[in-house]
Design a binder for this molecule. Structure first.
Ligand code: KIV
Length: 321
């Protein structure tokens, strides 16, 4: 069988992963039966998109619109692409690359602020950095992360924090880590008009509880648990869901089974789209980057060379232009 035939066949087969002693993982089934609800359409309504700004890419003709209905409607049409940004200069660069959405991730804690994890990142940090990216005037959807703890205190606190990220930070939507544990609150947020991007699989905010960063969904139990999380977030009304470090086969199967787009990071290429931490792909980092990151530049080297040259020029009296 050719590679293409094999991959086409895989696309239509159910998840069957060996687990333990030769046991096969059957297609993941939701632990909680799907409730009967009126499903949101994947297609943007024309009334939702008419007033939205449109930008044609220079070169490739991919339209983008800063709306969650636009992102939802991309499922099955073309891959969705997201990147992180943390300040005005990076926000402007990322926006010019014509991504579909920008995430002001709490990864700013590890990429910019020198923390080992995202746990120390506060609402004040998120507001400052979200507002800085908004000042870059991005043409795409701007999503801001709810930092550690904000989704677990009370619904009122969560609502207040999400509201601040939108009203004071200028975010169009918020991202919340977690699955069925946070689904009820997400459903209430969505009902108040706050669009929510879900996040399942590896949840960096739980790194202390799970004892490190690792792949998720390699056992039958975990695959089923991730499936339940995804279905529950779909029912709660997430416009899209990020899956982080989920087993590739499980992520590809989930992509086929849920209505909102599944956007992968470290999940292979079977999802509806990809997101990466921008500084990781640019090679502009202080510490190690995850193994799944595809490198597109080595800014650490470019910057080190330029700064070294400046220092030498000044010391050797060659500074004058
Ligand atoms: O904080 C972040 O940047 C994220 C991405 C890794 C998805 O959550």
């Amino acid at each position: 069988m050719s590679e293409k035939e094999e991959s086409d066949q895989n696309k239509h087969s159910k998840v069957e992963k060996p687990s333990g002693e030769g046991e096969k993982v059957s297609p993941p089934k939701p632990k909680r039966p799907r409730t009967i609800r009126t499903r949101q359409s994947n297609k943007p309504k024309s009334s939702e998109t008419n007033s939205l700004s449109k930008e044609k890419t220079k070169g490739a003709a991919f339209e983008i619109e800063p709306s969650t209905s636009f992102i939802r409607g991309l499922k099955g049409k073309r891959p969705i692409v997201g990147l992180t940004a943390y300040d005005t200069i990076l926000g402007a660069a990322v926006s010019s690359s014509n991504v579909d959405f920008i995430l002001v991730g709490d990864s700013l804690g590890t990429t910019l602020l020198g923390y080992d994890t995202t746990i120390p990142v506060t609402m004040e940090d998120m507001l400052r950095h979200t507002a800085a990216v908004r000042r870059a005037n991005p043409q795409c959807l701007l999503v801001a992360d709810l930092p550690f703890g904000e989704a677990s205190l009370s619904f009122d606190r969560l609502l207040e924090s999400a509201r601040k990220l939108m009203q004071l930070g200028g975010a169009d939507a918020v991202k919340i880590e977690g699955g069925r544990d946070v689904a009820d609150d997400i459903e209430k947020l969505v009902a108040t008009g706050i669009p929510v991007l879900g996040h399942i699989g590896l949840l960096p905010q739980t790194v202390k509880a799970i004892g490190g960063y690792r792949k998720f969904g390699e056992t039958k139990e975990e695959a089923e648990s991730i499936y339940t999380d995804a279905i529950t977030l779909e029912e709660a009304g997430c416009f899209a869901i990020i899956a982080e470090m989920v087993d590739e086969t499980v992520a590809a199967e989930l992509t086929r089974q849920i209505l909102p787009p599944l956007i992968g990071i470290g999940c292979g290429d079977g999802c509806d789209g990809q997101i990466l931490v921008t500084t990781d792909l640019l090679g502009w980092s202080h510490g190690p980057v995850p193994k799944f990151v595809k490198s597109y530049a080595n800014l650490n080297k470019v910057v080190a060379d330029a700064l070294g040259k400046y220092v030498r020029d000044v010391r050797l009296g060659n500074f004058k232009k």
